[in-house]
Design a binder for this molecule. Structure first.
Ligand SMILES: NC(=O)c1ccc[n+]([C@@H]2O[C@H](COP(=O)([O-])OP(=O)(O)OC[C@H]3O[C@@H](n4cnc5c(N)ncnc54)[C@H](OP(=O)(O)O)[C@@H]3O)[C@@H](O)[C@H]2O)c1
Length: 260
């Protein structure tokens, strides 16, 4: 990749004004943490582009965002693991200042029962998804722009039956630091958020939580006595994209789950 020497990283006021008028693409924006990030960004005056695969869910997410007066939101149906689709989405949006990647899921099975090809797609998505997003976005983002990736607590507190997915999460954190160094000459920043249990459609499905009572019960054993909200989780991503002093950082947002 050829780079030109730029001026130092621009300074700017951090939240709440830093993101006002900026354009943020959220890959994985139609549900859970990504959708909550879209809502928060809309509320601080950012322009938001949601990217996800399912057009129906995307439309519902856009309706949710557009309920905020003055909201500027568009949706693009695309696969975030496909670099050419991400390029198309970026072209469609035009100027983009920050990219947040929340797309991803946990899949697995016990090691001895699960051949590699059964988990390849999930692992590929964790590695080549963010890699392709960074390749597509880096030439387009302005100085001070950022890429924020998503990691998970299972990396440091593994559970049985998810080894391949957890290895994929490890790759996300490795990419975060490597790309922060590589893209620094462009004055781009790369960070990640490592989430503990957050109440979203994904965690409800993975943890088998059928209703709010089950979610509340699941949270009782945690240090703060509950799961995190999607809004709490998303606000950490906004914090990282808004602050030009932060790059190469993996921020844990887990309600202390790493400790107990
Ligand atoms: N919730 C938790 O407790 C927790 C904990 C640790 C880490 N995480 C991580 O945080 C991220 C967000 O989780 P969440 O709970 O918010 O999940 P979620 O509610 O299932 O939302 C995931 C979003 O990503 C989109 N998506 C998935 N694969 C995609 C792809 N290939 N291309 C484009 N969009 C894609 C989904 O829409 P489509 O399916 O329509 O594309 C959806 O909009 C995930 O990476 C997850 O592993 C979550």
């Amino acid at each position: 990749m050829t780079t030109t020497t730029l001026a130092p990283m621009p300074t700017g006021s951090p939240l709440p004004t830093a993101l006002k008028g900026r354009t943020v693409m959220i890959i994985g924006g139609s549900s859970g943490i990504g959708l909550a990030a879209g809502a928060l960004l809309t509320s601080v005056g950012a322009r938001v582009a949601l990217v996800a695969r399912d057009p129906g869910r995307l439309e519902a997410a856009l309706d949710h965002l557009r309920a905020t007066p003055g909201a500027s939101a568009l949706g693009i149906s695309a696969d975030g693991n496909d670099e050419s689709e991400v390029e198309r989405a970026l072209d469609q949006v035009g100027e983009v200042d920050h990219v947040l990647v929340t797309a991803g899921s946990i899949s697995g099975g016990a090691l001895l029962d699960t051949p590699r090809d059964q988990v390849a797609a999930a692992v590929d998505g964790r590695i080549w998804g963010p890699y392709g997003v960074a390749r597509a976005a880096a030439p387009r983002l302005p100085a001070g722009g950022s890429i924020t990736l998503t990691s998970g607590l299972y990396l440091v507190r593994p559970v049985p039956g998810a080894a391949a997915s957890i290895a994929g999460i490890g790759a996300v954190e490795a990419l975060t630091k490597a790309l922060a160094v590589e893209l620094a000459p462009r004055r781009l920043r790369v960070n990640a958020v490592r989430y503990g249990a957050i109440d979203t459609p994904l965690s409800r499905a993975v943890m088998g939580l059928a209703d709010d009572a089950a979610v509340a019960a699941a949270g009782q054993g945690l240090l703060i006595g509950r799961l995190g909200t999607a809004q709490e989780a998303a606000s950490a991503a906004l914090f990282l994209m808004a602050n030009n002093l932060i790059t190469g950082t993996v921020l844990s947002v887990d309600g202390g789950q790493a400790l107990a």
